[in-house]
Design a protein around this ligand. Structure first.
Ligand SMILES: Cc1ncc(COP(=O)(O)O)c(C=O)c1O
Length: 306
């Protein structure tokens, strides 16, 4: 087990400690924006496979099998996912684990940072639990930034075979030395204290998610599925090719996001930034009033497109 300055540092240390030039890292898209750059910085080659909306934003065992080559070092699994909120349940992980069992040189990086931010009856699972035989080549990573809203405290942690943990510790001590001890105590208090906060915040986010998903699905041209976790990545494929009242054609999701911001003041992130178009990401970590207003503005914008 190792503690790092944020979950990001844990992931980065693992990649830095293990990648050689030409080594490949499989990244399901849409992905957290940092993954491909982290892999490149660590000297590896990102191999992106698309987990589209029609597949519940999850990669299939067949896709994984096809993407693995003799150069594959890691597969990154982020569940629930940033940016889609899609979660891999134990059954989905089972299928992926069966593929990985056939490839003993491939390691798994399980980014579980959104573990507690799941809704409805989705049950969180992680791959080393579903298939203990993979433990000897899995890094399971988590942190306090999401579940405990402690982003600024920058504490992440990871469990992996000892040799990898030792190598990661060396990198940590030669870069940021150590995670701040005040933050470590704060994280300890969060992890060992009363956990009611998580259920309360989950319910608040579930209510906001329902509000946003229902609202977005009334916007002409937007399709917003309801995945298991907190974030959202609605599709705008039916809006591509339409034009704004100012005569600007929505050729892609970047133009959609720019024009939405210009005309309505609502800021969203376009899907290409996460490796999946034409989509956009919306964050709903704000009040119900602000969200209802934002959705009404998005609806007005969609209606104005011709
Ligand atoms: C998917 C994912 N993993 C890891 C992190 C890193 O979290 P931190 O470095 O704040 O602990 C983030 C932060 O946004 C994230 O979205």
């Amino acid at each position: 087990m190792t503690v790092g300055t944020g979950g990001k540092q844990i992931l980065y240390n693992a990649l830095m400690a293990t990648l050689n030039p030409g080594d490949e890292v499989i990244i399901p898209a849409p992905y957290w924006v940092s993954y491909p750059d982290m892999v490149l910085l660590a000297g590896g080659t990102p191999v992106v496979i698309e987990a589209g909306m029609d597949n519940g934003y999850r990669i299939t065992p067949e896709q994984l099998e096809q993407a693995i080559t003799p150069r594959t070092k890691w597969v990154i699994l982020n569940s629930p996912s940033n940016p889609t909120g899609a979660g891999y349940g134990a059954d989905h992980l089972r299928g992926l684990a069966d593929v990985l069992l056939r490839h003993p040189d491939v390691w798994v990086l399980a980014d579980d940072i959104y573990e507690h931010l799941v809704f409805d009856d989705f049950r969180f699972a992680t791959i080393a639990q579903v298939e203990p035989a993979l433990k000897s080549r899995t890094l399971t990573m988590n942190g306090v930034s999401k579940a405990y809203a402690m982003t600024g405290w920058q504490i992440g942690y990871g469990a992996a075979p000892e040799a990898l943990i030792k190598a990661m510790g060396k990198l940590q001590s030669q870069s940021t030395s150590n995670p701040c001890s005040i933050s470590q105590y704060a994280a300890l208090a969060a992890l060992t204290g009363q956990q009611d906060y998580i259920a309360t915040s989950r319910l608040a986010f579930q209510r906001r998610r329902d509000l946003v998903v229902a609202g977005l699905n009334t916007c002409p041209g937007i399709i917003c599925p309801k995945p298991e976790g907190r974030l959202r990545l609605p599709s705008i494929r039916d809006l591509i090719g339409k034009a704004t009242a100012n005569g600007i054609t929505i050729e892609n999701d970047e133009i959609f996001a720019t024009e939405l911001l210009n005309e309505t003041g609502v800021a969203v992130v376009f899907g290409a930034a996460f490796g999946l178009s034409p989509h956009f990401r919306i964050s709903y970590a704000t009040s119900d009033e602000v969200l209802a207003d934002a959705v009404a503005r998005i609806r007005g914008f969609c209606r104005s497109l011709r």
